[in-house]
Design a protein around this ligand. Structure first.
Ligand code: PEP
Ligand code: MG
Length: 324
């Protein structure tokens, strides 16, 4: 099987009936890029920048960040790289920020909420990204967006930093796409509105499932409610993809679900454009997609979205698409 996968390293990802989707990888450090290319990744769909900030006792400087972003962009040789701005808080703490303890860290002061408040941290990261942008195909993504206002504020700050850099003679790419993670239910519900303003969506199912089902993604006792195939989740995903397409934008997914063999036929049928997963899942996913008909997958969309339980969906997908 491994030998069969290896043949697909330099192949595009095309369904049996000729539809292309993009298979991208999630990374945490510049060193991860090697594995992305070895496994035939067509892009980096999520660069989690938190690791630059973790395991140390002070914030990374602008130059340290610039080096990391530039390295990833260069090593990807012009392939798309979606960099997510700082998503700290929740389960990821930064002791040196001395933030007060919270009752519900997952519902608290994290990610874009922190960045819009602590603007020095945010602006430093954005400058590093903008300076790196001319070394490859950079896309910038904001995490944990709950309202259009947050997106507008974040984008305005980004454009301000860009203008300052350009005024100083720094080379900044003019084609940086600006997108958001869709991982909060309010944003999925309002996807049609967001789609008019963002360049792309990346659906973060790890959090979207936890917030939609009100089930902590780390809590074993409620893990039975953490249901990727609950029709509620599938309907939200479908809404987000349709909303993006209606405005001519693309929709990806960077939660664990994107690399799951049961999810892949469903997501293909819902029209997902980009699947971002751990590098080692890419070749198995490409093999699976080559054997799937997108038309057939689209044909079961309404049936699945009108199902009642997660068990029903899983049984149906396994049977229809011959997935184990
Ligand atoms: C997600 O929430 O699906 C996601 C990709 O982000 P993280 O796992 O880093 O929260
Ligand atoms: Mg998340």
């Amino acid at each position: 099987q491994k030998a069969e996968w290896a043949k697909l390293v330099n192949e595009p990802t095309v369904s049996k009936d000729g539809h292309h989707v993009e298979l991208a990888a999630n990374i945490g450090t510049p060193n991860d890029v090697k594995g992305v290319l070895e496994n035939g990744g067509e892009a980096v769909g999520l660069y989690r920048t938190e690791f630059l900030y973790m395991g140390r006792d002070q914030l990374p400087t602008e130059d340290e960040q610039f080096d990391a972003y530039k390295t990833v962009l260069e090593r990807m040789e012009g392939k798309p790289v979606v960099v997510r701005t700082l998503d700290i808080g929740g389960d990821k703490e930064l002791p040196y920020l001395n933030l007060p303890k919270e009752m519900n860290p997952f519902l608290g002061f994290r990610a874009i909420r922190l960045c819009l408040e602590e603007q020095d941290i945010f602006r430093t990261q954005l400058r590093a990204l903008l300076r790196a942008s001319s070394f490859g195909n950079l896309k910038i993504m904001f995490p944990m967006i709950a309202t259009v206002t947050e997106f507008r504020e974040a984008k305005a700050i980004l454009l301000e930093e860009k203008e300052k850099l350009v005024a100083n003679g720094t080379k900044v790419s003019d084609s940086i796409e600006i997108g958001i993670m869709v991982e909060i239910p309010s944003t999925a519900v309002m996807a049609d509105t967001f789609a008019k303003e963002v360049d792309f969506f990346s659906i973060g199912t790890n959090d979207l499932i936890q917030y939609t089902m009100a089930a902590d993604r780390m809590n074993e006792r409620v893990s039975y409610l953490y249901q990727p195939y609950n029709p509620a989740i599938l309907r939200l995903i479908s809404m987000v993809i349709d909303a993006a397409h209606k405005e001519g934008k693309w929709a990806g997914m960077c939660g664990e679900m994107a690399g799951d063999p049961i999810a892949i036929p469903l997501l293909l049928g819902l029209g997902l454009d980009e699947f971002s997963m751990s590098a080692t899942s890419i070749l198995p996913a490409r093999t699976q997609i080559k054997g799937l008909s997108k038309e057939q997958a689209q044909g079961i969309k309404e049936t699945v979205l009108s199902m009642t339980t997660t068990e029903e969906v899983v049984a149906f997908v396994k049977e229809t698409f011959n997935v184990q």
